[in-house]
Design a protein around this ligand. Structure first.
Ligand SMILES: [Zn+2]
Length: 245
C-alpha cells in the first residue's frame, strides 16, 4: 500500500547499487527487517549519505511505492556509535550481531525485542569496548535464539524430562540431555550449562564469563540449535573476539 513510514531502524548492511545509490538492509521495531533504496547517497553532496552505514541507529522516513523496495527519503541519527568503529573487536562483534539478525529475522516478521536487543548491544560496544568478548557475543546469540522461539531447553533433559545427570547437548532434541538419552549428543559440562542459563537470565552488560572450554561447548550448542531448528549456519563468533576475551 503506497505511503510513508516513519520508523527507527538499525542499518544491518548496505550494498552499492548503480552509480550512486545504496540498498540498505534495515532492522525496525515494528516491521522487522525491511530493505530500502537510498538514491544518490554515494555522491559527495548527499545530505545524509554518511549516516547510511552499518551500526547506525536512525530515524528514517521510508516511502513505500509499488515495489517491495522502499525508498529512504530522510535520515536522522539517533546513535552513530563512533567509538564502536575505533576497535577491530567491537567492529567485528557488531558486524556478527547485525549479520545474525539479518539471517535469522529476514522474513519481515516484527520482533521488537530483537530490535531492542541489537540496539542495546551496539550501545554497549560503543560505551564499553572491553565488552566485545566471546562470552558476550555468545550471550547475544542465546538471547536471539530466545527471541526467535528456538531457545534450547536447559532446565531438564530435552528428551525425557530428567532433571539430574544432564551430561550432553543435542541440537536434534533441542537442549540438554541426560546420560540415558545422550545418543547424538555431545558433552556439555556444568560450566557451559551454567553459562547458558546465566546468559539467558541476565542483561548483556552483565553477561557471565566462562572458560574457553565452556564457551566452545556453549557455542557448539548454539550452532547446532540453529542448524536443527532454523536450518541456518552462522559463522562462529571468531578469533578476534576470542582474543579480546
Ligand atoms: Zn533423558
Amino acid at each position: 500500500m503506497p505511503g510513508s513510514l516513519k520508523t527507527e531502524a538499525v542499518v544491518l548492511r548496505t550494498i552499492r547499487y548503480g552509480e550512486a545509490d545504496r540498498v540498505l538492509h534495515l532492522y525496525t521495531p515494528e516491521r522487522g527487517r525491511v530493505s530500502a533504496i537510498a538514491k544518490g547517497v554515494r555522491r559527495a553532496k548527499s545530505r545524509f549519505g554518511g549516516r547510511l552505514e552499518p551500526f547506525f541507529r536512525l530515524n528514517l522516513v521510508l516511502y513505500q511505492g509499488k515495489s517491495d523496495l522502499m525508498t529512504d527519503t530522510s535520515a536522522e541519527t539517533v546513535a552513530g556509535h563512533p567509538r564502536l568503529r575505533e576497535h577491530a573487536a567491537t567492529i567485528d562483534g557488531a558486524a556478527r550481531a547485525c549479520h545474525a539478525v539479518d539471517r535469522l529475522f529476514g522474513d519481515g516478521e516484527p520482533h521488537p525485542g530483537v530490535y531492542h536487543l541489537l540496539a542495546n548491544l551496539l550501545a554497549l560496544l560503543d560505551r564499553e569496548p572491553q565488552q566485545a568478548t566471546r562470552a558476550n557475543a555468545l550471550a547475544f546469540r542465546l538471547k536471539l535464539l530466545l527471541a526467535a522461539g528456538f531457545a534450547p531447553q536447559l532446565a531438564g533433559c530435552a528428551s525425557c524430562g530428567e532433571r539430574e545427570h544432564l551430561v550432553g547437548f543435542s541440537g536434534a532434541a533441542g537442549g540438554v540431555v541426560c546420560g540415558a538419552c545422550e545418543a547424538s549428543s555431545f558433552v556439555l559440562e556444568q560450566e557451559a550449562h551454567d553459562f547458558m542459563v546465566g546468559a539467558l537470565g541476565r542483561s548483556l552488560a552483565d553477561a557471565p564469563e566462562g572458560s574457553a572450554r565452556a564457551l566452545a561447548q556453549a557455542e557448539r550448542a548454539i550452532l547446532e540449535t540453529l542448524e536443527h531448528h532454523a536450518h541456518l549456519r552462522l559463522r562462529p563468533v571468531g578469533r578476534t573476539l576470542a582474543a579480546a576475551g
